[in-house]
Design a protein around this ligand. Structure first.
Ligand code: FES
Length: 138
Protein backbone atom coordinates (compact mmCIF):
# COMPACT_ATOMS: atom_id res chain seq x y z
CA UNK A 1 0.00 0.00 0.00
CA UNK A 2 1.35 3.40 -0.91
CA UNK A 3 1.61 6.15 1.69
CA UNK A 4 -1.33 7.97 0.08
CA UNK A 5 -3.64 5.02 -0.54
CA UNK A 6 -6.96 5.23 1.25
CA UNK A 7 -6.64 8.80 2.51
CA UNK A 8 -9.72 10.94 1.86
CA UNK A 9 -9.79 14.72 1.71
CA UNK A 10 -12.49 15.99 4.07
CA UNK A 11 -11.89 19.70 4.62
CA UNK A 12 -9.59 22.63 4.17
CA UNK A 13 -7.21 22.98 7.11
CA UNK A 14 -8.29 26.59 7.56
CA UNK A 15 -11.85 25.37 8.24
CA UNK A 16 -10.73 23.76 11.51
CA UNK A 17 -8.75 26.38 13.41
CA UNK A 18 -7.44 25.80 16.96
CA UNK A 19 -10.22 25.29 19.46
CA UNK A 20 -12.76 24.15 16.86
CA UNK A 21 -14.66 20.94 16.21
CA UNK A 22 -16.02 20.14 12.75
CA UNK A 23 -18.46 17.34 12.02
CA UNK A 24 -17.51 15.62 8.78
CA UNK A 25 -19.06 12.86 6.71
CA UNK A 26 -16.25 10.97 5.00
CA UNK A 27 -16.98 10.81 1.25
CA UNK A 28 -17.49 7.30 -0.07
CA UNK A 29 -18.25 5.87 3.37
CA UNK A 30 -20.99 5.97 6.01
CA UNK A 31 -18.45 7.25 8.49
CA UNK A 32 -19.12 10.49 10.36
CA UNK A 33 -16.28 11.98 12.35
CA UNK A 34 -15.70 14.78 14.78
CA UNK A 35 -12.43 16.40 13.73
CA UNK A 36 -10.96 18.71 16.33
CA UNK A 37 -8.04 21.06 16.50
CA UNK A 38 -6.43 21.01 19.93
CA UNK A 39 -3.78 23.70 20.12
CA UNK A 40 -2.84 23.27 16.48
CA UNK A 41 -2.98 19.49 16.36
CA UNK A 42 -5.79 17.68 14.57
CA UNK A 43 -7.52 14.57 15.88
CA UNK A 44 -10.42 12.62 14.38
CA UNK A 45 -12.86 10.50 16.38
CA UNK A 46 -16.03 8.62 15.53
CA UNK A 47 -19.14 10.74 15.92
CA UNK A 48 -21.17 8.15 17.83
CA UNK A 49 -21.15 8.77 21.56
CA UNK A 50 -20.78 5.49 23.51
CA UNK A 51 -23.30 6.67 26.11
CA UNK A 52 -26.54 6.77 24.10
CA UNK A 53 -25.22 7.30 20.59
CA UNK A 54 -25.40 11.07 20.66
CA UNK A 55 -23.78 12.90 17.72
CA UNK A 56 -20.34 13.99 18.83
CA UNK A 57 -19.97 15.66 15.41
CA UNK A 58 -22.55 18.18 16.66
CA UNK A 59 -20.72 18.67 19.93
CA UNK A 60 -18.06 21.16 20.83
CA UNK A 61 -14.49 21.25 21.98
CA UNK A 62 -14.16 22.15 25.67
CA UNK A 63 -10.77 22.30 27.38
CA UNK A 64 -9.30 20.02 24.72
CA UNK A 65 -12.07 17.44 25.00
CA UNK A 66 -15.00 16.56 22.75
CA UNK A 67 -18.24 17.28 24.57
CA UNK A 68 -21.35 15.35 23.56
CA UNK A 69 -24.30 17.66 22.89
CA UNK A 70 -26.82 15.33 24.51
CA UNK A 71 -25.61 14.75 28.08
CA UNK A 72 -22.29 16.58 28.00
CA UNK A 73 -20.01 13.63 28.62
CA UNK A 74 -16.53 14.49 27.47
CA UNK A 75 -13.94 12.46 25.57
CA UNK A 76 -10.22 12.96 25.12
CA UNK A 77 -9.60 12.97 21.34
CA UNK A 78 -6.00 11.85 21.90
CA UNK A 79 -7.03 8.58 23.57
CA UNK A 80 -10.76 8.24 22.86
CA UNK A 81 -11.36 7.76 26.57
CA UNK A 82 -14.27 9.41 28.29
CA UNK A 83 -14.38 11.50 31.41
CA UNK A 84 -15.68 8.38 33.16
CA UNK A 85 -13.13 6.04 31.53
CA UNK A 86 -14.36 2.78 32.99
CA UNK A 87 -18.01 3.42 32.13
CA UNK A 88 -17.71 3.18 28.34
CA UNK A 89 -15.34 1.87 25.73
CA UNK A 90 -13.11 4.51 24.18
CA UNK A 91 -14.48 6.11 21.04
CA UNK A 92 -12.68 4.99 17.87
CA UNK A 93 -9.98 7.31 16.59
CA UNK A 94 -8.91 7.74 13.00
CA UNK A 95 -5.65 8.80 11.39
CA UNK A 96 -5.74 12.42 10.23
CA UNK A 97 -3.17 14.54 8.44
CA UNK A 98 -2.79 17.80 6.57
CA UNK A 99 -1.46 17.75 3.00
CA UNK A 100 -1.13 20.94 0.98
CA UNK A 101 -3.69 22.73 3.14
CA UNK A 102 -6.23 19.90 3.03
CA UNK A 103 -7.32 17.75 5.95
CA UNK A 104 -7.28 14.07 5.06
CA UNK A 105 -8.45 11.10 7.08
CA UNK A 106 -7.84 7.40 6.69
CA UNK A 107 -11.25 5.72 7.19
CA UNK A 108 -9.86 2.81 9.19
CA UNK A 109 -9.90 3.11 12.98
CA UNK A 110 -6.67 3.06 14.89
CA UNK A 111 -6.46 -0.27 16.74
CA UNK A 112 -6.35 -0.09 20.51
CA UNK A 113 -2.79 -1.43 20.43
CA UNK A 114 -1.70 1.53 18.31
CA UNK A 115 -0.81 -0.53 15.24
CA UNK A 116 -1.80 0.59 11.76
CA UNK A 117 -4.51 -1.31 9.89
CA UNK A 118 -1.62 -3.14 8.18
CA UNK A 119 -0.26 -4.17 11.55
CA UNK A 120 2.69 -1.80 11.60
CA UNK A 121 3.53 0.09 14.73
CA UNK A 122 2.57 3.76 14.54
CA UNK A 123 5.21 6.21 15.65
CA UNK A 124 3.31 8.29 18.15
CA UNK A 125 2.99 9.55 21.63
CA UNK A 126 0.53 7.83 23.91
CA UNK A 127 -1.92 5.67 22.04
CA UNK A 128 -2.97 8.12 19.36
CA UNK A 129 -1.93 8.24 15.75
CA UNK A 130 0.78 10.70 14.97
CA UNK A 131 -1.10 13.97 15.11
CA UNK A 132 -1.16 16.27 12.13
CA UNK A 133 0.21 19.69 12.92
CA UNK A 134 -1.45 22.41 10.94
CA UNK A 135 0.87 24.13 8.53
CA UNK A 136 -0.40 27.42 7.27
CA UNK A 137 0.57 28.31 3.73
CA UNK A 138 2.37 31.43 2.73
S1 FES B 1 -25.40 10.38 24.38
FE1 FES B 1 -23.52 11.38 24.61
S2 FES B 1 -23.44 11.87 26.70
FE2 FES B 1 -25.29 10.81 26.46
Amino acid sequence: MSADEGWVRVAAAEDIPPGKLKGIGVPGTKLVLAVVNVDGTLHAVDSTCPHREGPLANGRLVAGEVECPWHRFRFDPQTGRGSVPDAYAPIPRYPVRVVDGSVEVLPAPIPENGATPEGDAVPQTGTSVEPAPLVHGT
